[in-house]
Design a protein around this ligand. Structure first.
Ligand code: SF4
Length: 471
């Protein structure tokens, strides 16, 4: 008999011992469990990183991080102790172990990881999903007919190297001057509520950011309570990677009590209130994370679900993905819901995989998890939205261009007669292509990027004329 390609074994969660890291050697269990202590002791710069690891890591490693921040990073550093503690979790970290670690690879990027030939795809862009173009009010993206995304704030308790909202979220880096919201938070949130009151076709609100774990809880509670008063809204999902990166926030007594109040109101009105988190590696699922997820379920939220991002070197083998899904589903009560392809933002090519590789991954993970907990692997296609990776219309594997269609108009295409027949493109990383495809891109990259800019200009002017007609 042959072995199965993947062998399931139940694995108990373990909280790595933080005292192995010189900077946290004296932290007590009480301090560790305290959200405020975690926030105060975050690593935000190289000096603080040295403070945690000291001589365990080589000067070359620190220089690698520093060069990345100066020349490639689209996100600044922000790592809570909880998150750092899951990097090289079972031993005293060495430079080699740090470089190889999946969580380090995306939360603490180094220059030497980035692709050298094509660090960015020619079609990559800030706000690669064009969310700001689809804002119905500032920060409220209306892309799908029945659902909206409310970007409540532009900060998070942790910053991920691959953040798709790198345009807006976090501090500016030497490479990226972040855009700023123009309205004050209160006015912005009021405008969102006002839009939702007068738009009964929207039934589902993703309350996101950034990360709602960074909102003062009373402000989050007040916003969600106002959503709950709109009787056309049936689904509310709170997006917070902090459930994993800073689970101490979600177990703080005032937050648990407040979530209990919201969940009770939601249940009494028949609204499904859920939490969506973002975990990319099995080693990030620790007892503290399970505790936070359980606290939310006990407070009465309908579900805690995971939306991860596929990142090379982190979670793109069937084994890495299944280990993660089983840790979430079996040990933390978090539903493995989606995995996204990493979006086409600048300097992300070393993380991205092709649509074809994603299709193979989806195939490899079928049949191990219960059907309801088998995550869908999706591609967020610009101007389209999420599509299961097998849903493409056509696929040019040589040039790595996939073509997609959609069955609804986004908020900016209501008068666009071609929106439902047009084909929208998504691009594989050039490194993943056969030599002939790579040669094609070397020859055409400049022209393609220029065409891209021309398309965007044409689209913007089309939208401007449509707005004039409707005004
Ligand atoms: S938590 Fe989400 S919004 Fe915040 S940096 Fe990470 S990916 Fe971006």
């Amino acid at each position: 008999m042959s072995d199965q390609p993947y062998v399931y074994r139940r694995r108990e969660l373990v909280e790595p011992d933080w005292r192995r890291l010189p900077g946290f050697a004296d932290a007590t269990a009480e301090q560790w469990a305290d959200a405020q202590w975690q926030r105060v002791n975050c690593v935000k710069n190289l000096r603080q990183l040295r403070g945690v690891y000291g001589d365990l890591l080589s000067e070359d490693f620190y220089a690698d991080v520093e060069r990345d921040q100066a020349e490639r990073a689209t996100m600044s550093l922000l790592l809570p102790p909880q998150m750092l503690n899951t990097v090289v979790p079972t031993e005293v970290p060495s430079t080699e172990a740090m470089l190889a670690d999946p969580v380090r690879r995306y939360m603490l990027p180094v220059f030497s990881d980035r692709a050298t030939d094509w660090p960015s795809h020619p079609h990559s862009s800030r706000d690669s999903l064009h969310e700001a173009e689809m804002w119905a009010t500032e920060g409220l993206t209306h892309r799908y007919p029945t659902k909206v995304l409310a970007e409540m704030l532009p900060t998070c308790p942790q910053y991920c190297g691959h953040c798709t909202r790198m345009d807006l979220v976090g501090n500016s880096t030497p490479l990226v001057q972040k855009h700023k919201f123009e309205l004050k938070p209160v006015s912005r949130h009021d405008a969102m509520i006002d839009y939702l009151r007068r738009t009964p076709g929207v039934r589902d609100v993703v309350v996101s950011g950034g990360d709602v774990g960074n909102m003062p809880f009373k402000n989050l509670e007040s916003f969600v309570a106002r959503l709950l008063e709109i009787d056309t809204i049936r689904d509310i999902r709170l997006a917070t990677k902090a459930l994993m990166g800073l689970p101490q926030h979600w177990t703080a007594p005032d937050v648990v009590e407040g979530m209990g109040r919201l969940a009770t109101t939601a249940r009494s009105r028949g609204v499904a209130l859920a939490i969506h988190t973002h975990v990319n590696a099995a080693q990030s699922v620790t007892p503290s994370v399970a505790l936070a997820a359980r606290a939310m379920i006990e407070a009465g939220v309908r579900d805690v679900r995971n939306q991860g991002v596929l990142l090379k070197g982190v979670n793109t083998t069937p084994e890495q993905l299944l280990d993660l899904c089983f840790a979430l589903q079996d040990e933390a009560g978090i539903l493995p819901y989606y995995f996204y392809l990493c979006d086409m933002i600048p300097n992300a090519e070393h993380w991205r995989i092709s649509v074809g590789q994603a299709q193979d991954l989806q195939h490899s993970i079928m049949g191990y998890l219960p059907g309801f907990a088998t995550p869908r692997i999706v591609c967020d296609v610009p101007y389209v939205g999420k599509r299961w990776v097998h849903q493409l219309e056509e696929y040019d594997r040589e040039r790595g261009i996939s073509y997609w269609t959609k069955n609804y108009r986004t908020g900016i295409e209501l008068r666009d007669p071609d929106a439902l027949s047009r084909r929208y493109e998504y691009y594989d990383p050039i490194q993943s292509l056969p030599p002939s495809g790579q040669a094609w891109w070397r020859e055409h990259a400049g022209t393609e990027a220029a065409l891209d800019r021309a398309h965007e200009a044409a689209r913007a002017s089309q939208e401007a004329s449509a707005a004039l007609v409707s005004a």
